[in-house]
Design a protein around this ligand. Sequence first.
Ligand SMILES: Cc1cc2nc3c(=O)[nH]c(=O)nc-3n(C[C@H](O)[C@H](O)[C@H](O)COP(=O)(O)O)c2cc1C
Length: 226
Amino acid sequence: MYYDPEKKDHGLPHNPFKSCVVPRPIAWISTISPDGVHNLAPYSQFQNLTFDPPYVMFAANQTTRGKRKDTVVNIEQTGEFVYNMATYDLREAVNRSAAEVSPEVDEFELAGVTKAPSVRVKPCRVAESPVQFECQYHQTLRLPGNGPMGTVDVVIGRVVLVHIKDDAIGLDGRLDVLRIRPLARLGYWDYTTVESAFEMVIPGGNENLLKGLEGEAGSYSATREK
Ligand SMILES: Cc1cc2nc3c(=O)[nH]c(=O)nc-3n(C[C@H](O)[C@H](O)[C@H](O)COP(=O)(O)O)c2cc1C
């Protein structure tokens, strides 16, 4: 089958589009308003863009009332945000923080998670999350769309500090994703987690290409933390 997304003539009981790009990692984005209110919300239209220096992006549709989301407003006003990795253990808190509440609500409290101060930016990190990126705002790309929720703000940020919990790193010095169980969105109301991994290396052995795929283009220094 095929269908035209403008006409939505798929003939299925539910729109299949979001199921066609899966799984989508969930960025749990924390921000702070200029008045000091802490905000936290999940975004699955999320990806890393490049690694040297690292940039990430997420796409925030407008609210059901046709307004920019609080996360976007805060980032554009303060120039900072934090990416917190969402995990299976944190799934209920992630879900609670997606409620559409007024900007005066502290969404760390709503979600029931702990604030950990950041080092280089004002928004706090989620202490329970195993991986957090402190990010500086780079730019917003605003894409026009249909209806109040169709219009979307694609927010790009540069990662200025990476936090990884010691117990998220395995004995081989690599992130232990099977232990972390990152949470990801499927279509409909479905989710998944990483429960298996396998290795595959590009044939041909071009050392620079292989290093780039591993994210090794620069030289990095790391400080381990609890
Ligand atoms: C798992 C999950 C993923 C989500 N991903 C997105 C997304 O990619 N873009 C978006 O606009 N809203 C997304 N939402 C909805 C927002 O989290 C929700 O609108 C939230 O209230 C926004 O909060 P804010 O106004 O404080 O930014 C998602 C919700 C959940 C539960």
